[in-house]
Design a protein around this ligand. Structure first.
Ligand SMILES: [Zn+2]
Length: 384
């Protein structure tokens, strides 16, 4: 665990400091050429160092804006609850705002009732938000499936800058052609089969009625970033899949593009999520740089593990908030358990806490253990 003062300077940027639009794209391309050596040797310097000469440091003066961004693909479980509680607390402790955003881009799995359930579950737990699908706000809609026109505009800019190219490979093609060693999660590394294509070839393919995906040019790049929980990070894109998809045929936009565009449009300054998503961050940083968008703070927190030591999944009925609620568990019991797992304290320990109670306590980062995974078992709910 490290203290805020050590890393604060790395995040001292206002939105105005970041290069925008064309200028940012040009600088991106320039950096891209610099680091993509023929031997594909990874450069020692990060792709977009924060000490870029045009980006001088200024203290951030605005209040933080955090987000709760569930995917409505099944009821929320205790792991989701713990991450969302942290996201809420980290924003609220500095009197920041909270945005609720429904991430329902995966329409094959997203379900209306699950979306309603996610809102209800988090309200039941006692969390609130200043903007969201149920309360509105200036930067809506807050449901990703209603924001396609915004993602299309961002994709158009990537196409104009030739930072993406049309890829006609099927998944089987990629698996067959991939020769590089796979990352830990056995994610195939895209071998660059279509990377010779200029982005403009997409229009011709479109006219021919060929389906293709837009891939972001990421192979050979290295991204450095600083995690507020885990410290300095460095990711070689070649180890986590290489060029990645930002949109599929049929107007289906990729998670990475949508999240980056939404975080910027909704003025999000803090992204708090499980550390199983830390491979997403270098991809998102690349898209941010390409579009000239600000980089939020990233907090990749520990996961909740089931009694067998496995990460909780949405198919695990027993640990869903809705199931616990039906079985008579109080939200305060869940909050007390999650609060203890994080080392949080509340003033009146003889009663069940609300999320606000954790804010009443002095909460320096060094005292909160949000880095480690935590193993849940049912008896913990009753350890009050
Ligand atoms: Zn391809």
């Amino acid at each position: 665990m490290f203290r805020e003062s050590e890393f604060r300077p790395l995040f001292c940027k206002t939105y105005q400091e970041f290069g925008r639009s064309r200028r940012a794209s040009q600088s991106y391309q320039y950096t891209c050429r610099m680091v993509k050596t023929p031997e594909r040797i990874l450069p020692r310097k990060p792709l977009h160092p924060l000490e870029h000469p045009r980006q001088t440091s200024l203290a951030r003066t605005s209040k933080p804006v955090g987000r709760l961004a569930p995917s409505p693909t099944g009821g929320l479980h205790l792991g989701n609850a713990r991450t969302f509680l942290l996201a809420w607390l980290i924003a609220r402790r500095d009197h920041g705002q909270v945005v609720f955003r429904m991430e329902d881009l995966d329409l094959t799995r997203a379900r209306d009732d699950a979306a309603r359930q996610a809102l209800e579950d988090l309200k039941w737990l006692g969390l609130n938000w200043d903007e969201g699908p149920d309360v509105g706000g200036p930067n809506g809609p807050y449901v990703q499936s209603q924001r396609s026109h915004i993602y299309q505009a961002a994709l158009d800019r990537l196409i104009d800058a030739n930072l993406v190219y049309p890829c006609t490979c099927t998944r089987a093609d990629v698996l067959r052609a991939a020769s590089a060693p796979h990352a830990d999660d056995a994610q195939p590394i895209y071998p660059g089969t279509c990377s010779h294509r200029h982005a403009s070839e997409g229009f011709a393919l479109d006219q021919l009625g060929k389906s293709f995906a837009w891939r972001f040019r990421a192979a050979g790049l290295l991204v450095d970033w600083t995690d507020r929980v885990r410290g300095p990070q460095s990711h070689a894109l070649d180890r986590i899949g290489g060029d990645f998809i930002v949109a599929r045929s049929g107007g289906v936009f990729g998670y990475q593009l949508a999240v980056v565009v939404d975080d910027a449009a909704m003025n999000i300054t803090q992204v708090v999520r499980g550390h199983d998503l830390d491979d997403s961050t270098p991809r998102q940083v690349l898209i941010q740089e390409a579009l000239g968008l600000p980089r939020p703070e990233y907090w990749h927190v520990g996961l909740v593990l089931g009694p067998e030591g496995k990460r909780l999944a949405k198919r695990d009925q027993a640990i869903k908030l809705s199931e616990l609620r039906v079985s008579g568990v109080f939200p305060g019991q869940i909050l007390a358990m999650l609060g203890r797992s994080l080392g949080l304290k509340w003033v009146e320990t003889d009663r069940l806490p609300s999320p606000m109670d954790f804010l009443n306590f002095e909460w320096p980062e060094g005292d909160v253990n949000c880095a480690d995974d935590w193993t849940w078992s049912s008896h913990r709910l009753h350890e009050v």
